[in-house]
Design a protein around this ligand. Structure first.
Ligand SMILES: [Zn+2]
Length: 277
């Protein structure tokens, strides 16, 4: 399947990038792979999250490697304790460094981060869930949202756009969005209770559920989140989709499902540049 994202080599590590974000010249951004870090199995090698059992020193060293590629300082990271909620935080300079060097200091119970302030490196972490990147290039506002099935049902992508509109006057039609590497419909078979929730929530459920056997179905979180963004007023042409399955690409990416649950996390990173063009 064609990917809208591009994989760029930064001398040792590779980052997936969104072409429209790169063209904007407004942001540093990327989605990491598992390659180029210092960690050992089952976190080999570029695990970026503290909460999965890896050594904190390794996580910090790995974050420094990624921050160098992004041209950011590690202490500009703003990270959250992600809980599959619909909670979205507006963050500013006072949040710089929250969750940068330990899990304890991360913003509690939060799955979306928004800022209009340059120099803050919004960071969220993944091993199958869907990373959503949003850039309003007119008002110069950025956001990340973490959408597993719960966040998808909570329409966290749309809620994030709504919150950008309320706080900063963002027009959804101006927004650029990216849906990053995550578990694909190829590898995401779900059971009857979740099928029912999806059918109850989305009129367009036939577009995202493909029934298999024994009352199970393949769920397409990429299309779901793309349609959720369009529903919030983001132009479909402005939504770029990686279409890269974490579970199918475990040499390159961490997968919670593929690894039977003990594994590392990739990071989604987004920062408004301090010297804007
Ligand atoms: Zn797959």
């Amino acid at each position: 399947m064609r990917s809208d994202f591009i994989l760029t080599d930064y001398g040792g590590i590779k980052l997936y990038e969104i072409p429209s974000f790169k063209r904007s010249g407004l942001v540093s951004h990327g989605f990491s792979t598992r390659l180029g870090g210092i960690g050992t199995a089952p976190y080999d090698t570029l695990n970026l999250a503290f909460h999965v059992g890896d050594s904190p020193e390794t996580v910090i060293a790995n974050r420094q490697i990624v921050c160098r590629a992004l041209g950011a300082d590690t202490d500009s990271i703003v990270a959250a304790r992600q809980v599959h909620s619909g909670n979205i935080a507006l963050v500013g300079p006072r949040h710089a460094g929250r969750g940068a060097f330990s899990y304890d200091t991360a913003l509690p119970d939060t799955d979306g981060l928004i800022t209009d302030r340059p120099g803050l490196l919004l960071s969220t972490f993944y091993a199958d869930c869907v990373p959503i990147f949003i850039l309003d290039p007119v008002k110069k506002v950025i956001a990340l949202a973490h959408a597993g099935w719960k966040g998808t049902l909570a329409r966290i992508g749309a809620e994030t756009v709504n919150k950008m509109a309320a706080a900063f006057g963002t027009e959804p039609a101006d927004c650029l969005a990216g849906i990053g590497p995550s578990v694909g419909p190829c590898c995401y078979e779900v059971d009857e209770p979740l099928i029912r929730l999806v059918r109850d929530e989305f009129d367009w459920w036939p577009d995202i559920l493909e029934h298999t056997k024994n009352d199970r179905a393949k769920l397409d979180l990429w299309t779901a989140n793309s349609k959720i963004m369009s529903g919030a007023g983001v132009k479909p042409d402005n939504v770029e989709i990686a279409r890269i399955c974490t579970c199918c690409n475990q040499q390159l990416l961490f997968s919670y499902r593929g690894s039977r649950e003990v594994t590392g996390r990739m990071g989604a990173f987004l920062m408004l540049k301090t010297a804007l063009p």
